[in-house]
Write a protein that binds this ligand. Structure first.
Ligand SMILES: [Zn+2]
Length: 297
């Protein structure tokens, strides 16, 4: 049975999630304990309304991470006042981004600064609902980054640069169920028709600077391709090998028996041959990567 409890910042109220009685537990104000791990929420500039929103959204977002296991260290979620403060805290320009994840910290631009769909401002109830959905979805994504960095990382540095873009963003996007946000496989395939030299997984890091939506869509569906072929245990095995100090390609090979380039080639063929389309007569073609060469052990 899932059970979580929250200490509301500033008021010290213990809220039980479900199930039987849990005795008093000494945790700092703003601390949220979930089955996945512990989170600490703090604000650069106190915001009562956003604090309430986060204390509801964090446990909800954390549930999506349960498929990958548990955090090994608490994650601090720090809300900064605006986008300029976020860029200053990260130390780089972050166009179009509202958050930044590290192994034990997520920096979050105050959600009240985020853009809303046009015409929504007149309906406070709808605004509150949309904000809740936005924040929960983004936290699923960012907290997945923290989790993967913890699983793969060799402290104190984050292994962000050691995990390729498609795996790093793909795992976060799949966990946050962002399939409706990014181009579907057919759009990727049509784009590839005009770019025969590009491999969406191999070239993702460069592609994100020129065709961001295609790069993210490729990462999302590429990572999902990996899961459908090898299961949820596959990325965890890769991260576990990275934890021993192996580089990503070697960890991938050790965990799955194939080089990442082989998966990238299979995914490329899967898209270009429209392997995602329903097969009218041959059921075997409906499986991802039909005709592909690499297989999980
Ligand atoms: Zn991300």
């Amino acid at each position: 049975m899932s059970r979580w409890w929250v200490v509301l910042a500033g008021v010290g109220v213990l809220v039980m999630g479900s199930g039987g009685c849990v005795g008093p537990r000494a945790v700092p104000a703003g601390t949220i304990v979930t089955p996945v791990g512990t989170f600490v929420v703090d604000f650069e500039v106190w915001d009562e309304q956003m604090s309430g929103l986060l204390l509801e959204a964090v446990p909800e977002a954390a549930r999506a991470l349960e498929r990958w296991g548990h955090l090994e260290e608490p994650v601090r979620i720090t809300v900064v006042w605006n986008h300029a403060a976020l860029e200053e805290a990260v130390g780089r320009r972050l166009p179009g981004m509202s958050a930044w994840a590290r192994r034990t910290q997520v920096l979050l631009e105050n959600p009240r600064r985020w853009p809303l769909p046009p015409g929504l401002e007149q309906d406070p109830t709808l605004v509150a609902h949309v904000r809740r959905v936005q924040v929960t979805s983004l936290l699923r994504h960012e907290l997945t980054h923290s989790l993967m960095f913890q699983l793969a990382g060799v402290p104190p540095s984050d292994p962000e640069g050691r995990i390729p873009f498609w795996f790093r963003e793909g795992m976060a996007m799949v966990t946050a169920n962002e399939f409706s946000h990014w181009p579907p496989p057919l759009t990727l395939a049509q784009w590839l028709d005009f770019h025969p030299e590009v491999n969406l997984l191999r070239d993702a890091a460069a592609l994100v600077r020129t065709d961001g939506a295609i790069a993210y869509g490729g990462a999302l569906h590429g990572f999902n391709f990996l899961l459908r072929r090898c299961g949820d245990a596959a990325p965890l095995r890769v991260l576990a090998h990275m934890r021993t100090g192996q580089r990503f390609p070697d960890a991938f090979q050790a965990a799955l028996g194939v080089r990442p380039e082989a998966l990238a080639s299979d995914f490329d063929r899967f898209l270009r041959w429209r392997g995602f389309a329903p097969a009218p007569t041959a059921p075997a073609r409906a499986s991802p990567g039909g005709g592909a060469s690499s297989r999980c052990p």
